[in-house]
Design a protein around this ligand. Structure first.
Ligand SMILES: NC(=O)c1ccc[n+]([C@@H]2O[C@H](COP(=O)([O-])OP(=O)(O)OC[C@H]3O[C@@H](n4cnc5c(N)ncnc54)[C@H](O)[C@@H]3O)[C@@H](O)[C@H]2O)c1
Length: 336
């Protein structure tokens, strides 16, 4: 119980380095290795003082003892690398999206069960104070019946982000706008309201024809299996900078809106017999130069992995939830 949990991280870009940093800062964790196809000199990882391997295979051959491997490589590699991690008998932390097909996510869940290993998905926006607040309000039943839910995700991703040598924008490695940009908000929607059905959608590509293999915008509407109807309106075609990611809920006993760039502030709340409490500020967004994406909450993910492996808590975002997000996106994209 007092032993440190040993981690390795595969994919040492923006988010992989954040995993490595959060592992290094946690007293109950130890970073034992990093894995990336690039050379050390290109990665900016010297300060971690751990060996670098260029593949999972070479890392496994090293014989270094590890409990957990965190996958932070491009989306298209998650499923294949995740299978190798579980097959090797390690626990798996897998960045969003869990995979690019439901079939691949199911295979990961099956392998985890077969090997008795945990699969943690990364959806750290759930830890933001407005997300926790909205989840509590919904669970309390104060809102009564849910009538309508509208999710708007209007971001800027232009040629500063979609560079020719990047995995972003490539069908096989990125998967699409809903997988890479907006899966956090689909995760929140599923967490709050459950599954969707009767999906209708229209898509458009306004200004990404030369930058990506897929659409930049969509209007999606659906019914919630648990009652009420919803819509997801999204785009990366916004000029110059992100506009917002917001969720508006119209319910029997009240209405509310959580907005900001990454659903980081409560903009409106009017609920019968209810006084809105003061919320703690949300962590700033993960920084991608001009871009803010999801909240910088990765330390919670590492803490949760440790708590679960030491028997103190349950998984915040489990593999079934990771799979459902992929399933919902796949069902939306199947309407193209
Ligand atoms: N949770 C979040 O908020 C969040 C935010 C951004 C990105 N992500 C996810 O994290 C992952 C990485 O995104 P990023 O922005 O850090 O990308 P990045 O391009 O900055 O980094 C990717 C790294 O993976 C390495 N790589 C490429 N192919 C590899 C392979 N086959 N094996 C090992 N390493 C390989 C690259 O050399 C690079 O260092 C993606 O899945 C992305 O969706 C999550």
């Amino acid at each position: 119980m007092n032993d440190k949990i040993k981690f390795a991280v595969i994919g040492c870009g923006h988010i992989g380095k954040r995993h490595a940093e959060m592992i290094s800062r946690n007293d109950e964790a130890e970073l034992v290795a990093l894995i990336d196809v690039k050379d050390k000199s290109a990665l900016g990882i010297d300060h971690f003082n751990v060996p670098l391997y260029n593949s999972l295979e070479s890392f496994f051959k090293s014989g270094i003892d590890t409990d957990v491997i965190n996958i932070a490589s491009p989306n298209g590699f998650h499923a294949e690398q995740g299978m190798k991690v579980l097959e090797s008998g390690r626990h798996l932390v897998i960045e969003k999206p869990m995979s690019l097909t439901k079939k691949d996510s199911e295979a990961l869940i099956f392998k985890g069960l077969q090997k008795h290993k945990q699969v943690f998905c990364v959806m750290q926006n759930r830890y933001s104070p407005p997300s926790e607040w909205l989840k509590d309000i919904l669970e309390s039943g104060k809102l009564g019946k849910i009538f309508m839910v509208q999710i708007n995700c209007y971001w800027n991703r232009d040629n500063r982000y979609y560079k020719a040598d990047s995995w972003h924008g490539k069908k096989d490695l990125d998967g699409g706008t809903l997988f890479t940009q907006f899966s956090h908000f689909i995760d929140l929607m599923y967490w709050y309201f459950g599954d969707i059905t009767n999906i209708q959608a229209k898509f458009a590509d306004f200004n990404h024809k030369k930058l990506t293999d897929f659409e930049d915008s969509g209007f999606v509407s659906f019914d919630f299996v648990n009652g009420g109807m919803g819509s997801l309106n999204y785009s990366t075609s916004v000029w110059d900078k992100n506009l917002e990611s917001s969720i508006t809920v119209i319910a029997e006993n009240g209405s509310l809106k959580v907005g900001g760039q990454y659903m980081n502030e409560v903009e409106y709340c009017h609920i019968k017999d209810y006084q809105m409490p003061e919320l703690a500020p949300t962590n700033p967004g993960n920084d991608y130069g001009a871009y803010k994406g999801s909240a910088a909450n990765h330390h919670y993910i590492i803490e949760n992995v440790i708590d679960v492996l030491k028997g103190r808590n349950t998984i915040t975002t489990n593999a079934l939830e990771g799979m459902k997000v992929v399933d919902i996106i796949e069902r939306i994209y199947n309407l193209k």
